[in-house]
Design a protein around this ligand. Sequence first.
Ligand SMILES: NC(=O)c1ccc[n+]([C@@H]2O[C@H](COP(=O)([O-])OP(=O)(O)OC[C@H]3O[C@@H](n4cnc5c(N)ncnc54)[C@H](O)[C@@H]3O)[C@@H](O)[C@H]2O)c1
Length: 278
Amino acid sequence: MKKIVLTGAAGRLGSYLRETLAKLADELVSSDLVPDLGKLLPNEQYVCADLSDLTTITALLKDADMVVHFGAIGDEAPFDDILQSNIVGAYNIWEAAYKNGVRRVIYASSIHAVGMHKKTDFIGTDAPHRPDTYYGLAKCFAEDLASLYWDKRGVESVCLRILSASQVSNPRAVGSWLSYDDLIQLVEKSISTPVAGFSIVYGVSNNDRAPVDNALASHLGYRPKDNAEQFAAEIYATQPALDPQDPSAMCHGGPFASVELGNSGIATMNIIPDKKEI
Ligand SMILES: NC(=O)c1ccc[n+]([C@@H]2O[C@H](COP(=O)([O-])OP(=O)(O)OC[C@H]3O[C@@H](n4cnc5c(N)ncnc54)[C@H](O)[C@@H]3O)[C@@H](O)[C@H]2O)c1
């Protein structure tokens, strides 16, 4: 492949993807809002670009074979912020992909597109959208946009409904963990699969207590290797028990299922900011 574009390259998950993506193409173009990404890989260039600007994003995707779209506000936020970065930003990515003849978009969707479903429902990738926040609503919009651009314009997409791609630091993560190695495998498979069309897959490791079903995404060949059960005993012994009447314990979206719209969902999740350095 000649060129891959990565958005959200300065973010935590982007930092784990850059080396792998650089190996899969002659050229990796990494992009984000920061003025400077720091040290770059030999075949990597950095472009500062705001997702909400269609002209900029159209230029960014010129001659790209695929785009790995991880740039977004990664938390619940006021609607106007979500509207620009996550909704208009998503439209700009798919529209720019179409205009430039980009073959496939690999998209960081989220469990929060279906976050109000009960965890006792073992949901598949065909579960109806049931967002828990404006953030989740924007992920629903982008998944539907991906579907529309496949049906009407032939742009392939793989929507990765990531659960929790961070160290296991709370009881929910014993089911929802996506290890960084499995995230990398998921993105690699999404790129290398010969035919993706419009696909949805849950981004979750091979956890004994994974609350979602990837059977309908089997064609991607994603076979996660890590299992959060290794952390279960310690997490359950040291963290307060979950209240089964609380939506944040009952629903797939965790804390996002109970926050007021516009307020941070990740503030209470004890996420460890372990960005990878090049
Ligand atoms: N971390 C998780 O567990 C998780 C779970 C589900 C989905 N996701 C999704 O994965 C992606 C990456 O998540 P992350 O944890 O690395 O988040 P992050 O906040 O560390 O990274 C997101 C990056 O997007 C950039 N960005 C935001 N608005 C932008 C704009 N208008 N233009 C250009 N860039 C912009 C930010 O500067 C940031 O560097 C996000 O789309 C997030 O919604 C993450």
